[in-house]
Design a protein around this ligand. Structure first.
Ligand code: FAD
Ligand code: SF4
Length: 493
């Protein structure tokens, strides 16, 4: 066997796939920013892995991917085996490879990150799955033994999709309901196409349908179909309903016409980019029929420094805004969004104003937005979550001029009435309470109702939603196995 050059990382620098050239991006190109690795490039990047005996990258990855093992398969050109291995831990590896904040997760924990440039784990994960799918590979469920049991999954976001994937692999029929017309949740209706091309979601739908998952789309539970009917028809129900309660900053002036809530703005844009024209149509889950102002030539200010804020600033750039400013109340080190996306936004000309707390949105004599009044902040003591609070500095007020303001303060879940009447309880900030004494992990107070993803954690990440959906499916399968055991014993007797 040929000896491997363990010092490859010294000769081969970290390299991401090529990006769409900057002039195209600022000229309205919505294509996925990062291209694909060539086979040779992927093998070289994978070969930089040190194969640490105790891989921190695996520990830091929320789904605990077998990273060094699939990197080795890529070095050897065994892509189909690598894809099968990726799917052992992660039902949506091509999505995570694209949108995970790797700098905070696997790549941030890579030994090489300390001065040599982390292995490009996310880009290789995307390469593996895209390549295997293009070659016709599909997850093998031919040996699955059907149990005859059926589970309804509410929500076709990452949590619901991961749950459905694991259920069908366990021989349990999964029927996924979503109020939207396409699967993906925020992957489809939220995250812009320059981060995740929507054909990737369509491909995953085809793959899941091929595995036996049934989708019933355009159906809102609690309105079109009642949860009692699902509890009657199915052996269990998984709730992957996400977090859609908009954080209200209560800013004076936030109701002015050119002040936009972030998610409807992104959803409408996404629909337009993918060929639909939904101007003025209500966005499901939102009490608003938003008429988007044209951003071309406008001064746009985005309030908030998370992933949503970054998606808004970069969308505004592509929509031809004259200037785009992001104002955030803490410093750069405390921004919740991915550092990579902040870097991309900067590259695209976005101006960042840190330590600025918005006070009000100002208007001119004609009632049009004229700017955002802000006050400078300093960082105080850590709050209950360990994050340092932003403390206003007296006398430091100023105005950021703006024609359009986009508010991206984040989201929380809610427990709707149709769930609370089933006994499902909320814990802090509207999150569904799961687990605890005498309950299985991800089981709610109702024994047949399980939950995971943003609905349980609060607004978080795709990969954590995937992990919870996957693990909730294991709990459901465990409960259903237990439920069938006495019946089987009776049959055997
Ligand atoms: P969702 O993705 O929200 O899916 C929930 C689904 O449930 C939706 O499709 C909804 O229509 C459906 N649903 C809800 N109620 C009902 C009902 N009553 N009947 C039928 N269907 C229902 N995370 C990252 O890791 N990287 C990123 O780059 C990133 N960028 C983001 C950008 C934006 C703009 C936003 C808003 C979030 C971003 N996130 C990102 C967070 C990530 O998208 C979420 O954490 C993740 O999608 C949560 O998955 P989920 O399945 O729990 O919920
Ligand atoms: Fe990294 Fe996310 Fe892939 Fe885990 S799932 S290896 S955190 S990109």
């Amino acid at each position: 066997m040929m000896k491997r050059d363990v010092f490859r990382f010294l000769k081969e620098p970290r390299e991401m796939p090529a990006k769409v050239p900057l002039p195209l991006r600022t000229d309205g190109d919505w294509n996925e920013l990062y291209g694909r690795f060539e086979d040779r490039q992927a093998a070289h990047q994978a070969d930089r892995c040190l194969d640490c005996g105790n891989p921190y990258c695996e520990a830091k990855c929320p789904v605990h991917n077998y990273i060094p093992n699939w990197l080795k398969l890529v070095q050897e050109g065994r892509i189909v085996e690598a894809a099968a291995l990726c799917h052992e831990t992660n039902p949506l590896p091509e999505m995570c490879g694209r949108v995970c904040p790797q700098d905070r997760l696997c790549e941030g924990a890579c030994t090489l990150d300390d001065g040599f440039g982390a292995v490009t784990i996310g880009a290789v994960e995307k390469y593996i799955v895209d390549t295997a799918f293009a070659q016709g590979w599909r997850p093998d469920v031919s040996k699955v033994v059907a149990t005859g049991q059926r589970v309804a999954v509410i929500g076709a976001g990452p949590a619901g999709l991961a749950c459905a994937d694991r259920l069908v692999r366990a021989g349990i029929d999964a029927v996924v309901f979503d109020r939207y017309e396409q699967i993906g949740g925020l992957l489809q209706f939220g995250i812009p196409s320059f981060k995740l091309d929507k054909s990737v979601i369509a491909k995953r739908r085809e793959v899941l349908e091929g595995m036996g998952v049934e989708f019933r789309l355009g159906v809102e539970i609690g309105r079109d179909v009642q949860v009692d009917a699902l509890l009657e028809e199915f052996d269990a129900v998984f709730l992957g309903t996400g977090a859609y309660r908009y954080t209200d900053g209560g800013l004076p002036g936030q109701d002015l016409p050119d002040v936009l809530p972030a998610l409807p703005f992104l959803v409408h844009n996404g629909r337009i980019v993918t060929g639909g024209d939904t101007w003025g149509r209500p966005v499901a889950g939102w009490e608003t029929t938003l008429t988007l102002p044209k951003l071309a030539g406008k001064r746009v200010v985005v309030l908030g420094g998370g992933d949503t804020g970054m998606d808004c600033v970069r969308s505004a750039v592509r929509l031809g805004a004259a200037s785009v400013t992001c104002a955030y109340r803490r410093d750069e080190a405390n921004m919740p969004g991915s550092a990579r996306e902040v870097g991309n936004a900067r590259e695209e000309g976005v101006r960042f104003l840190f330590n600025r707390q918005p006070l009000s949105i100002e208007q001119d004599a004609d009632g049009n937005v004229s700017g955002v009044r802000v006050i400078e902040t300093t960082l105080g003591e850590p709050d209950a979550n360990g994050r340092r609070a932003a403390v206003a500095i007296e006398g430091s007020e100023s105005l950021i001029e703006a024609d359009v303001v986009i508010i991206a303060f984040g989201f929380s879940p809610t427990v709707p009435e149709w769930l609370s009447t089933q006994g499902v309880e909320a814990q802090g900030n509207g999150r569904i309470r799961v687990g605890g004494e005498r309950r299985l992990p991800y089981q709610t107070a109702h024994p047949k109702l399980f939950a995971g993803g943003d609905a349980v954690r609060g607004a978080d990440l795709v990969v954590t939603a995937v992990q919870e959906g996957r693990d909730a499916a294991a709990s459901i399968a465990r409960m259903l196995r237990k439920a069938t055991r006495p019946a089987k014993a009776a049959l055997d007797a």
